[in-house]
Design a protein around this ligand. Structure first.
Ligand SMILES: [Zn+2]
Length: 124
């Protein structure tokens, strides 16, 4: 999920934008920042929701604990208030994925990484 998140909006040189502060960095120097945070085990449904996980710089993701005010603004502008509400609701449900769920997700994520590497997502 992390590789897909950091690549999904990267340009042909591998640079993408932190959704919270707008800083442009190479995808290898970005984090996959969660809007709704999972646990260290990362097995919850929203950990694999591509709207919930977006590229962030280390400063916003770690030092500013997600820079959530700006993260929320980004999500509202890009996807709308309804999506933010859905993510917040889903986050409260704490739906744990089973091993079978994760095994189904793996090929989907691999396909998304290939699409991202081929530039099939719009650059932001
Ligand atoms: Zn940032």
């Amino acid at each position: 999920m992390s590789l897909f998140t950091r690549l999904k909006w990267a340009d042909t040189k591998g640079f993408s934008t932190c959704v919270s502060c707008g800083k442009r960095l190479h995808y290898k120097n970005l984090n996959a920042g969660h809007f709704i945070h999972g646990t260290p085990s990362h097995g919850y449904k929203y950990d694999y929701n591509e709207f919930n996980v977006n590229p962030q710089c280390v400063r916003c993701n770690k030092w500013l604990h997600g820079n959530l005010v700006n993260y929320t603004t980004f999500l509202i502008l890009k996807y709308g208030q309804e999506l933010v509400g859905q993510l917040q609701l889903e986050g409260r449900r704490k739906i744990k994925l089973t091993e079978e769920d994760l095994l189904k997700l793996l090929p989907e994520l691999e396909a998304k990484v290939v699409k991202a590497q081929n530039g099939e997502y719009n650059v932001i």
